[in-house]
Design a binder for this molecule. Structure first.
Ligand code: GDP
Ligand code: CA
Length: 322
């Protein structure tokens, strides 16, 4: 079976680990009868200190490749921060971004390859040669797309990079709008539309519906291609709140209520065929979408694999019914 997953960072990566487990896909055997292609969000990408940083692609790569800081959910395991401290000693800004020494090596490889003319998709493939994530990881686009957030405070109304809003301000500055700068002109990266066209099913993990899955669907052509498939999503919202992170701030910025039902309605029934909600949200009904409830906390590898299995089983069932 060919499965395509549209993934952000932590929620996407953990779900993917469960999906690999339930399919028996190991690092040495990237096919194993089924294949997973991950279309990764690049809207969070940022250039700092001359380095191109792709937080969501790296979170997926490190998580599936065994290099992630487990408790944090992002960044490298056994990380140190000497480079960061040295940069701060020079007074270099910004100082709010947590750039670890091991992680810096990834960004140097990426910056060097990009300076030599390689597109991000080729760089990602090269980085994955080391990490062997067991999935094919493709950025949503090779073009530069950056999510900016329109905020207003004592300094006036302005657009700041998503990372500045998310990390520096902890999403606490009220957002008036969330804009994908460059997204209208972006083209899907090589392999994205082909993978979707060839997919048996498409899964939306519990990733941020606005700045992760929303950014991917915003690349011209992607939403239409995905909507033509059997699509099942897993709600990132349980009992009216995000499980972790500040997805509620992103949802309010675009005028969507923080609930499992509202997120499904935001994706829309032309896109979604099935929607998994937590038991707490068992009553949620969405016109034109098959809603099923089950525990949705990715509390340990077994629970996560069972969630991924439930999403996959529902997708197969709905595909057969169609
Ligand atoms: P990010 O790029 O690191 O923000 O990660 P994602 O884009 O993948 O989004 C994280 C989303 O995953 C948040 O909206 C969380 O509410 C959701 N999430 C995190 N852990 C869980 C979990 O255990 N279960 C469910 N259902 N959602 C989760
Ligand atoms: Ca992200």
């Amino acid at each position: 079976m060919r499965i395509v997953v549209l993934a952000g960072g932590i929620g996407g990566a953990r779900f993917l680990r469960g999906l690999k487990a339930t399919l028996g896909i190991g690092a040495e055997d990237p096919q194993g009868g089924s294949s997973i292609t991950v279309i990764g969000n690049t809207g969070d990408d940022i250039t700092l200190f001359g380095l191109r940083i792709c937080p969501d692609l790296d979170t997926v790569m490190y998580t599936l490749g065994g290099g992630i800081n487990e408790s944090q959910g992002w960044g490298r395991a056994d990380e140190t921060f000497t480079v960061r401290a040295e940069l701060a000693a020079y007074g270099m800004e910004p100082q709010w971004f947590g750039l670890g020494d091991r992680d810096v090596a990834t960004h140097i490889v990426r910056a060097q390859m990009m300076a030599a003319g390689y597109p991000l998709s080729a760089v990602t493939e090269a980085l994955c040669d080391r990490w062997r994530p067991g999935v094919r990881l493709i950025p949503m686009t090779d073009d530069r797309v950056e999510t900016h957030v329109v905020v207003e405070d004592e300094q006036g109304r302005r657009a700041i990079h998503f990372q500045e809003w998310w990390i520096r301000h902890r999403a606490a500055l009220p957002a008036e709008a969330i804009v994908g700068v460059g997204v209208e002109e972006a083209k899907p990266a090589p392999g994205v539309l082909e993978a979707v066209a060839e997919a048996d099913v498409v899964l939306l993990p519990p990733s941020n519906p606005v700045v992760s899955v929303g950014s991917i669907l915003g690349v011209p052509g992607v939403r239409e291609a995905v909507a033509a498939k059997t699509v099942v999503g897993v709600s990132p919202i349980i009992g009216g709140a995000p499980v972790r992170g500040m997805a509620d701030a992103c949802l309010s910025a675009i005028g969507v209520e923080t609930s499992a039902r509202a997120v499904a309605e935001h994706y829309g029934s032309e896109l979604l065929d099935g929607w998994l909600v937590d038991e707490t949200d068992a009553g949620a009904a969405v016109a034109g979408v098959e809603v099923r409830s089950r525990p949705l906390y990715m509390s340990d590898p077994e629970a996560t694999a069972a969630i991924a299995r439930a999403a996959l089983d529902l997708a197969v069932e709905l595909k057969e019914r169609a």
